[in-house]
Design a protein around this ligand. Sequence first.
Ligand SMILES: [Zn+2]
Length: 111
Amino acid sequence: MENESTCWDCGKKMIKKNVEYSLYGILIGKFPALVCDNCKETLFSEETSKKITQLVKEKGLWGLQAKTKVGQAGKTLDIRLPKKIIDFVKFKKGTEVTITPESQNKIVITV
Ligand SMILES: [Zn+2]
């Protein structure tokens, strides 16, 4: 990786820095990257990306994003959570959660 580069997003200079990478709120580690001083665009080398992917897999966080379908139970709708998501968030039957709409196509479920 070159020490300096130009940001593809805003055209300003990118500088080599060590940056923390987190996924789903879990810190994966600190990695070398090119960071734009202006827009904070962060670029990892192919080698670093492969290393991050490997660590994400080791931590069992790979492929957590999943598709599910909205079902119906009486007059309300329900959304089934896939097992790997349940294992990650540790929800149980009876766990009390708060549902917060962030927009018309996104809701956040918080314990
Ligand atoms: Zn930039």
